[in-house]
Design a protein around this ligand. Structure first.
Ligand SMILES: [Fe+2]
Ligand SMILES: [Fe+2]
Length: 317
């Protein structure tokens, strides 16, 4: 048994003892939480714009709740449509490079976690709807990382699909961190949003560690020409994984405001300010952890990856 297989065996033991689906009763919000701000102050800058503030605290509450629903909806979708599907592929299909049986079993354990996370996110949305009395504006119909995967697979020859799925899965699993959800050390754990995600992120910390190790192993095992082919499509995938959600979220926030009946001129002002808050790819807050994962797994050492990311605007210099 090599080091990675030993790690996988230990992972499965820890999963049995500590995964939220096996070992915990999940947090459920109650009416008593209804007075607590759902998202951290400053998390949705649009609600602090003077025009929105002038509409009163109820409008702020409504917009923040919609933003929270959207995050949960995104989680419910990404878990099943992207992560579960790629985990299933990793567990059951033959791959270009050897994937140990124990690692395939870990992929099934993670598949189980993610199906549960999707369930918990959807349940949480329903419970919040009941507690707040605010209906979600709508449901997300697509999942950016899944669209990105499909866009890349359309460009790659079929024999590389499994390899790219492993890369895409490993990077997607390194998307969310405490900072990204506004959960920093000094955060008082009182908001239902954070209490819900705190549990989710306990599992994700284990997933991230596994996928960094897996990616390091398979990337090193790929032939150089395979690495080159995969490197070329990485920027396209990152555009969907990291850039598209930022723009789609801004659009959704403006649609929520639009429903409140603001006049066209004010809406246009708010749209321009949302646009001004969009950051360059290299400064995208969700890129930090994905970039670290790529570094840990050895991808950033590859000149072909570096040049593809530079050309795609993800690396500057
Ligand atoms: Fe998850
Ligand atoms: Fe995960």
């Amino acid at each position: 048994m090599d080091d990675f297989e030993t790690y996988c065996r230990d992972y499965l033991e820890a999963w049995e003892a500590r995964s939220t689906v096996r070992a915990m009763t999940r947090y459920r919000p109650s009416q008593a939480d209804s007075h607590v701000p759902l998202l951290p102050e400053g998390f949705v800058p649009l609600v602090d714009e003077p025009e929105v503030q002038a509409m009163g605290p109820e409008v702020k509450r409504l917009l923040v709740t919609q933003a929270c629903y959207r995050i949960m909806d995104g989680i419910a979708l990404i878990e099943t449509d992207m992560i579960c599907e790629c985990c299933r592929d990793l567990a059951h299909r033959s791959q270009l490079v050897e994937v140990p049986a124990l690692a395939r079993q870990v992929a099934l354990a993670i598949h189980t976690d993610e199906g549960y996370h999707s369930f918990a996110a959807r349940e949480f949305m329903d419970e919040l709807t009941e507690i707040t009395g605010i209906q979600p504006d709508g449901r997300l119909e697509d999942c950016s990382s899944r669209l990105g995967l499909d866009a890349v697979l359309a460009q790659l020859s079929p024999e590389l699909h499994g390899a790219f799925r492993m890369v895409a899965l490993s990077l997607t699993e390194n998307l969310v961190t405490d900072e990204v959800i506004g959960l920093v050390k000094e955060t008082e754990l009182i908001s239902p949003f954070h209490l819900n995600l705190r549990e989710h992120l306990m599992d994700e910390a284990r997933h991230q560690a596994f996928f960094r190790r897996l990616l390091r192993r398979v990337w090193a095992a790929f032939d150089p020409e395979i690495r080159t082919s995969l490197a070329q499509v990485l920027p396209l995938f990152l555009d969907f994984l990291l850039e598209r959600p930022m723009r789609e979220d801004a659009k959704a926030r403006l649609e929520s405001v639009h429903r409140l009946g603001l006049d066209g001129r004010t809406l246009e002002h708010l749209r321009l300010r949302e646009e001004a808050r969009l950051v360059a790819k290299a400064d995208n807050p969700t890129w930090g952890n994905v970039r670290r994962a790529m570094g840990d797994a050895g991808l950033l050492d590859a000149p072909e990856v570096q040049s593809a990311l530079r050309d795609g605007g993800w690396l500057v210099v």
